[in-house]
Every structure is written in C-alpha cells, then in structure tokens.
Ligand binder design. Structure first.
Ligand SMILES: NC(=O)c1ccc[n+]([C@@H]2O[C@H](COP(=O)([O-])OP(=O)(O)OC[C@H]3O[C@@H](n4cnc5c(N)ncnc54)[C@H](O)[C@@H]3O)[C@@H](O)[C@H]2O)c1
Ligand SMILES: [Zn+2]
Length: 381
C-alpha cells in the first residue's frame, strides 16, 4: 500500500473519494487503503453503498456524493463491481453527464480526474481494462461502455486484498478470468476483423501480444484456480490468480471478448446471477460451438490446462472443453441454466437480447445467427 501513499504525496491529491461497499468495509479490506491515503496527507470521503453487479441507481448515488465532495482523485476498492462504479463516477463527475451517457464505445468525451483501482477479487481485470459494466434493472440487462478514458490511471494489484473473498466469489471471479483469457485467445485475428461500414469497434482482435498474456493467464488458471477456490490457506494459488486476472484483463481489453459475454449479459440481467458464474456456466458450450474454427488454439489450451497429449488434434482440442468442464465442476459452478432459475421460455428473450450485442459477434471466430445462439442456450438449459 506504500505505493498509494507515495502517489498521493507526489501528485499532491487533496480530496479523495473512495468507492467501495459494506462487505469490504466490514471485512476491513478498505482499512489499509484509508490509512495509506491519510499517510499521504489526503482527505477522504467514502462511498460505501457499492453493490454486486451495480445498478444505474447506485451510479447516480455515487455521482451525487462526488458532486458534493468534489474529489481530485477517485479510488475504487473492490471487485469488478466497485471498480466499474468508480470508472463511471470518474467520467460522470468530470464531464457532468449522467451515468448512462457512457454506455457504448468511446462515449467519454475526454480524460477524467485521476482514477486508482485496487482489485479485491482475482477476476475481472477491470483495474486494467477500458470497460465499465452496469445493470439496467428496468431492461433487465447488463450494459457496458468502453473508452480509453475508463482505463484507470493506476492499478494497485495486491493479492492480499483478495484473501478475504468468500469461496463463491473466488470461484465466480476466477472462472471469469479464465473466460477472459480463453475468449481473448480465440477471438478473430486483428487482420481478419471485419467491422460493418459506419461502425467502430472497442477491440482490435487477437495479436501475438494479447495471446501471450492470455496464454500465461490460462496456464496459471490450470495450475491454481481450483486450489485458490477450494484450499482457503493456499495463498500462493491466490497470489497467482491475482496475476492471472490482471493478465487476462490486459489481454481481453485489447483483443476482445465474444459470444460468452454477449450471451451472459442478458442471462445475468434477468436471472441476477453473478457475471462470473454466468460466464463459467456458458463457457464450455460456447467453446464447443467455436471448436471447429480454432482447433490448434483449443489443442494448446487443453495442454496448458494440464490435459494429456493426444495424437489427434481435433480430439486434443475437444479436451479443452472437457478441461474447462472439469474446472467448472471442481469449483462448483452450475452446469445448466435451469439450475440457476432460468425457464425454457426465457431462452428466446435471452437470444433476442444477445443478438442486439452484435459488436461482440464481430469478434467471435465462428459466425453465429439467431438459431445458433438459441441452440447454444438450449444445450446449456
Ligand atoms: N470492467 C471490466 O472490464 C469487467 C470485466 C468483467 C466483469 N466486470 C463486471 O464486474 C462485476 C463482477 O465483479 P467481481 O466478479 O469482481 O465481483 P463483485 O465486485 O461483484 O463482488 C462480489 C461480492 O464479493 C464481495 N467481495 C469482493 N471482494 C471481496 C473481498 N476481498 N472480501 C470479501 N468480500 C469481497 C463484494 O462485496 C460483493 O458482494 C460485474 O458487474 C461484471 O459485469 C467488469
Ligand atoms: Zn467478464
């Protein structure tokens, strides 16, 4: 935490707004952050009403406090939820807009006041990503915005902040990190990315750089995810997962995420499951759908996740799906949409909403139409 004190002193911040939530305040995770800011001579106000999968109403409340306090720095402390809230507040306060003005790509008009993010889950990579996600509770869907101005100025990744994570949060956020890495390394190549005329894309497609980051994240998940979740005292595994999550965040926020995320946003919005859980549930089904387009990559993923080598590359690629199913099972992520309260009738509405997120379809290695998406949901049902 000394980095935060040093930053505060060097940059001469006067008034910080720390954006966090009641669980993290109760668990005393925020305490070292507050002490570090005080040591740097900064006045601190705390917004402690953050919530998981934050709603637009919470973003309005956080923005209202910022308007009162007039901070010269915003500090997000939490999982992806609080970090995204802090990104939204930094943009809305700086540019005096409404929290919903920043949905979509490139909607933040310019730089924001400084933003520091300290992740307390090993999952979303929001501390390094240009993405911000809120929940539209009226439309029952998660809505995201991407902007270079959402990329925090500083990310302080201290794995110790994740040690108090409940098992379920470690599982859900951990498989989110794995999803980011797998989607990042299987997106369309940067030189094959076709963007419809008149549209802009928040992502660049996969490159050697993003694939290198994703590979390392997948290898770490293969070695450490199960233990980080199931063995409360395995701090080495938890430290490794914090690294994997940030690497995966750097990978996906450049290359892109694709169908798993497009299909999770409506499901999470209607069923109120966590983002990570929804992704983890859907991931193997989408991998199966994409398999034929990415045989060599999936074969490598199977190896990185510790599967035994097979001579046949297609069979080896299929092992990647099996490996993810095994991990999903071991950390207790449900396999079926019906198990998290979804009904058969909802599959159509999920499909319609997912089809509206075409910008993520551009990144998917395998083209997908309405029937394909409906079929994937059906298989997952
Ligand atoms: N911006 C991005 O790039 C990006 C990427 C993926 C997901 N997301 C978003 O992030 C959100 C999910 O974030 P998440 O998976 O990190 O979980 P989260 O932030 O929603 O946290 C889940 C719960 O765990 C608690 N918690 C978090 N850390 C804790 C700790 N160390 N000790 C005790 N309790 C703790 C929180 O209080 C919360 O109740 C979703 O809204 C999702 O859409 C954003
Ligand atoms: Zn995600």
């Amino acid at each position: 935490m000394t980095q935060l004190t040093t930053l505060a002193g060097r940059l001469g911040w006067q008034q910080a707004l720390v954006i966090t939530d009641a669980n993290l305040l109760d668990a005393k995770v925020v305490e070292p952050v507050l002490l570090a800011l005080a040591a740097g001579g900064v006045q601190v106000e705390v917004f402690g009403e953050g919530e998981a999968e934050p709603s637009i109403a919470v973003a309005e409340a956080s923005m209202a406090l910022a308007n009162e306090v007039k901070p010269d720095v915003i500090i997000g402390v939490g999982g992806g939820s609080n970090l995204d809230l802090s990104k939204n507040t930094a943009a809305a306060f700086t540019h005096q807009g409404h929290p919903t003005d920043y949905f979509g790509f490139d909607k933040v008009p310019g730089p924001t006041i400084p933003l520091v993010c300290l992740p307390t889950t090993a999952g979303t990579g929001s501390e390094v990503s240009h993405s911000m996600v809120l929940t539209d509770t009226e439309q029952q869907i998660k809505i995201s915005g991407q902007s270079e101005y959402f990329r925090p100025d500083w990310a302080i990744v201290d794995p110790q902040l994740t040690y108090s994570c409940p098992r379920q949060v470690a599982a859900d956020s951990g498989i989110d990190a794995l999803t980011h890495a797998i989607e990042a390394i299987t997106t369309v190549d940067f030189d094959q990315l076709e963007i419809p005329l008149g549209e802009t894309c928040a992502y660049d497609g996969r490159t050697e750089l993003t694939s290198s980051l994703a590979e390392r994240a997948i290898r770490i998940c293969g070695k450490s995810l199960i233990s980080a979740v199931n063995s409360p005292d395995d701090y080495q595994a938890k430290d490794q997962m914090a690294l994997a999550a940030t690497l995966a965040g750097m990978a996906f926020s450049n290359s892109g995420v694709a169908l798993v995320h497009a299909m999770e946003y409506p499901m999470g919005g209607e069923l109120h499951c966590s983002h990570g859980l929804g992704n983890g549930l859907l991931l193997p089904y989408v991998m199966q759908f994409n398999l034929q387009s990415r045989i060599p990559t999936f074969a490598k993923i199977a190896r990185w996740l510790g599967e035994t080598e097979l001579a046949d590359q297609t069979q080896m690629a299929e092992q990647a799906v099996k490996a993810v199913e095994r991990i999903r099972e071991s950390i207790g992520i449900p396999h079926r949409i019906r198990d998290i309260g979804g009904t058969e009738e909802q599959l159509q509405s999920f499909t319609e909403k997912a089809m509206n997120i075409q910008r993520l379809f551009w990144l998917n290695p395998q083209p997908a139409n309405y029937d394909d998406i409906y079929q994937i949901y059906r298989t997952a049902y």
